[in-house]
Write a protein that binds this ligand. Structure first.
Ligand SMILES: [Zn+2]
Length: 148
């Protein structure tokens, strides 16, 4: 199930992607989040990663807008304690900051919770373990399941 799609837009927060001519690269949904903002989608769209392109502000804003849409929806649906965004795309300079800023704009002050710090610098973060976060988490889950 796509997280969002221009074909089946969610009611809230409003999408700002109507002017994006890219049809998306997801083989299942086309313009779902994966098809618009994942690394392969960015390369399909522009031929290079955001970092290889030099992280131009217009491209950072577009990709950040998609990710911020996800972040705002996660806040509205689940109110997590923290959102951790990692992976290759998030290494693009300025992207994490743009995601924080645009998430705050999309929320528009609608949600008040102690974990939503001004600027969302404590709420939307990069993984503390960097590229090892996935495997370290998997090992920890295995350790916990084994009762250790
Ligand atoms: Zn998809």
């Amino acid at each position: 199930m796509p997280i969002f799609s221009r074909k089946r837009p969610p009611a809230w927060p409003p999408l700002t992607i109507a002017a994006d001519p890219f049809e998306g690269s997801c083989p299942y949904h086309g313009d779902c989040l994966e098809g618009l903002a994942a690394g392969p989608a960015i390369i399909a769209r522009w031929g290079q990663s955001l970092s290889e392109l030099g992280s131009p502000s217009d491209k950072i804003e577009l990709i950040a807008d998609y990710i911020a849409h996800l972040a705002a929806n996660l806040v509205l649906l689940h109110m997590p304690d923290r959102l951790i965004f990692g992976g290759g795309v998030m290494k693009a300079p300025g992207l994490l900051q743009a995601v924080r800023r645009l998430t705050e704009v999309k929320l528009g002050g609608y949600v008040r919770a102690p974990q939503l710090d001004p600027g969302l610098e404590q709420f939307i973060v990069a993984p503390a373990l960097g590229d090892h976060a996935g495997i370290t988490g998997a090992i920890e889950l295995g350790r916990m399941a084994a009762g250790q």
